[in-house]
Design a protein around this ligand. Structure first.
Ligand SMILES: NC(=O)c1ccc[n+]([C@@H]2O[C@H](COP(=O)([O-])OP(=O)(O)OC[C@H]3O[C@@H](n4cnc5c(N)ncnc54)[C@H](OP(=O)(O)O)[C@@H]3O)[C@@H](O)[C@H]2O)c1
Length: 341
């Protein structure tokens, strides 16, 4: 069966043939739509020497999973030009270590872990293999669903606001696309810095955004924040759907605009024009290159201090993953969509 050699681990199976060697997973064999995701029984992966085998209890959907499913140009370069090489999506997982390779030093069977496995993926399955350095220990009080919601979106929020944005007390901050994964973590981090926050998203998400603590909300279907005359010290953007000049107009002098994602065309435009905007207008345009899992210890700290709670849409079951992707692709989700396995 094609799925059996798919991907996860190259080593030979450890167990004899039988039901113990099998697991359920959501697989895809061609780029397309959520209809191309199928629930299948396939071989359980086997950890290499430097890997652990994790029994997955929860996994969340990221924008990157959808891009890999649809197969845009960049993701075809990453995962096969004609058809996907890695056939199970899902990067942000939480689960329990079931077995370890002989060179694994930090983790033990039974440890509860979570992390972002992007580049390897494989999370929409009952088991996945991962190098131990991609996994953090999950605090006991954090549910598997909460843990699975955190890795990619929270890292983008932390690295966008703190590392690239240099957020400071007293600033005016705007988050564009504030009702999704990055935005719902972003507001909670921003509140720790004592900034005045504005969130932009569609009508259906504004109440949830207010309840998370946004001081002001803007409905992007009714108002363009780059044209209303207001200025911000810091803008964090998850959509990047306007020109660099629009964003520069919405910044104060010496203000900082940080994008976590957008079309390749836009990102090239930004890279090319950012030095000019800095020189002429004294405004700073920056991009985030995700450093996966870098700040999970900080997230654990915030969680344990009661200062951060993931906003979860769901949880859905593994067999509902195609439907969950449909909802996600239509932007109907609030916060992070989580699947319980
Ligand atoms: N920099 C890196 O290394 C890196 C790595 C991984 C991912 N990424 C990027 O990170 C981003 C993921 O963000 P996320 O998880 O927060 O996504 P998300 O959960 O899909 O949230 C995006 C939000 O933006 C809203 N939105 C849509 N159109 C909008 C508009 N015109 N104006 C304002 N808001 C709008 C969406 O709502 P509706 O659609 O319902 O209106 C949704 O609530 C993606 O851009 C991805 O490419 C970057």
């Amino acid at each position: 069966m094609e799925e059996q050699q798919v991907w996860i681990c190259n080593a030979a199976p450890l167990f004899s043939e039988g039901p113990r060697n099998k697991m359920k997973a959501i697989v895809y064999h061609k780029y397309g739509t959520p209809d191309d995701l199928e629930l299948k029984e396939i071989d359980k992966p086997v950890p290499r020497n430097d890997e652990v085998l994790v029994k997955v209890y929860a996994v969340s959907i990221n924008d990157w999973d959808l891009a890999l499913l649809e197969g845009d140009f960049i993701n075809r370069i990453l995962n096969g030009l004609r058809k996907p090489k890695r056939k199970i999506l899902g990067s942000d997982i939480a689960g329990r270590v079931e077995a370890i390779g002989k060179n694994v030093k930090q983790l033990n069977p039974g440890d509860e872990v979570y992390g972002d496995l992007s580049g390897r993926w494989g999370g929409f399955a009952e088991y996945v293999c991962a190098r131990e350095n991609l996994l953090a220990l999950k605090p006991a009080a954090m549910s598997f669903e909460e843990a699975a919601a955190i890795p990619q979106a929270a890292m983008l929020a932390v690295q966008g606001l703190i590392d690239r944005g240099k957020i400071k007390k007293g600033q005016k901050l705007l988050i564009n696309g504030a009702g999704g994964g990055v935005g719902t973590f972003g507001i909670q981090i921003a509140k720790l810095y004592g900034v005045e926050t504005t969130g932009v998203d569609n009508t259906g998400k504004l109440d949830m955004m207010r309840s998370l603590g946004f001081d002001h909300v803007i409905d992007y279907t009714k108002e363009d924040f780059t044209k209303n005359g207001k200025r911000y010290d810091l803008i964090l953007d998850v959509k990047t759907n306007r020109s660099i000049f629009d964003y520069a107009r919405a910044l104060c002098r010496n203000g900082v605009y940080v994008t976590v994602g957008g079309s390749i065309g836009r990102l090239f435009e930004f890279l090319f024009l950012a030095p000019w905007i800095r020189m002429i207008h004294k405004k700073h345009i920056r991009l985030v290159a995700l450093k996966p899992n870098k700040d999970l210890a900080y997230m654990n700290e915030l969680f344990e201090a009661g200062k951060m709670r993931p906003v979860i849409d769901g949880p859905y079951r593994l067999d509902q993953v195609p439907e969950a992707f449909r909802i996600f692709s239509q932007g109907q989700h609030k916060g992070k969509m989580v699947i319980t396995i």
